[in-house]
Design a binder for this molecule. Structure first.
Ligand code: FES
Length: 174
C-alpha cells in the first residue's frame, strides 16, 4: 500500500470515528436532557376560579342610574380576572369581559356608557346587552354570592348566559 493510500485510509477512519462518537454523544445528551426534564413535571399554575371583591357595604353607592339602570361599572378586576362588576339599581353582577362574538376583550367607555369590542365592532350597553355588531348575545356573567364571612365572591367556574340572568347566583340583590 502506498503512503498516500495509507494516509487516505487513516483519514477516512478518523472521520468515521468522529461521526460515530459525535452521534453517540449527541444521542446520549438528548437522552440525559429528556431524563432531567422528566424529573420536573410541567405544572400549569392557574388562578383559582373564585375571588373576593369586598363587602356588600362597599357597593352601596349613591348615583344616578343610566338609561339601562346601571349606577356604575367597576373595572378593578378586569385585568387580573377578566371581570367587570356592574352595579345596577337593585342588583350587582359579574360580567365576563370576553366578547360573545369571537372572544376579544371589549373596552368600557364610561363617558358613553357602552362596552366596545375592538375586533369587529360589537357594542354592548352598560348592562352587557349587545346592540350592534356581530356579537350574537349579551356578555356572559359569572356566579356571584356572599360567602360565609360576608364577603362578595365571584366564582368563574359557573357561567350564566342571558337566558339564566334571573337565576339565583347570576346576580346579588343589593
Ligand atoms: S370578537 Fe368582538 S366583535 Fe368580533
Amino acid at each position: 500500500m502506498s503512503k498516500k493510500a495509507y494516509n487516505s485510509l487513516i483519514n477516512r477512519r478518523l472521520v468515521l470515528k468522529i461521526i460515530g462518537f459525535g452521534s453517540f454523544f449527541i444521542t446520549l445528551g438528548i437522552a440525559v436532557i429528556g431524563s432531567i426534564r422528566f424529573l420536573y413535571p410541567r405544572v400549569l399554575f392557574e388562578q383559582p376560579p373564585t375571588f373576593k371583591i369586598g363587602s356588600p357595604a362597599e357597593f352601596k353607592i349613591e348615583a344616578e342610574p343610566d338609561k339601562n339602570g346601571i349606577l356604575r361599572v367597576y373595572e378593578a378586576w378586569k385585568k387580573e380576572h377578566s371581570v367587570w362588576i356592574v352595579r345596577g339599581k337593585s342588583r350587582i353582577y359579574a360580567l365576563h369581559s370576553k366578547c360573545t362574538h369571537l372572544g376579544c376583550t371589549p373596552n368600557w367607555f364610561a363617558d358613553q356608557g357602552v362596552f366596545k369590542c375592538p375586533c369587529h365592532g360589537s357594542r354592548f350597553y352598560s348592562n352587557g346587552v349587545n346592540f350592534a355588531g356581530p356579537a350574537p348575545r349579551p356578555l356572559d356573567r359569572f356566579r356571584i354570592y356572599v360567602n360565609g364571612e360576608g364577603i362578595i365572591t365571584i366564582d368563574k367556574s359557573m357561567v350564566y348566559t342571558y337566558k339564566d340572568f334571573d337565576k339565583t347566583g347570576a346576580y346579588l340583590e343589593v
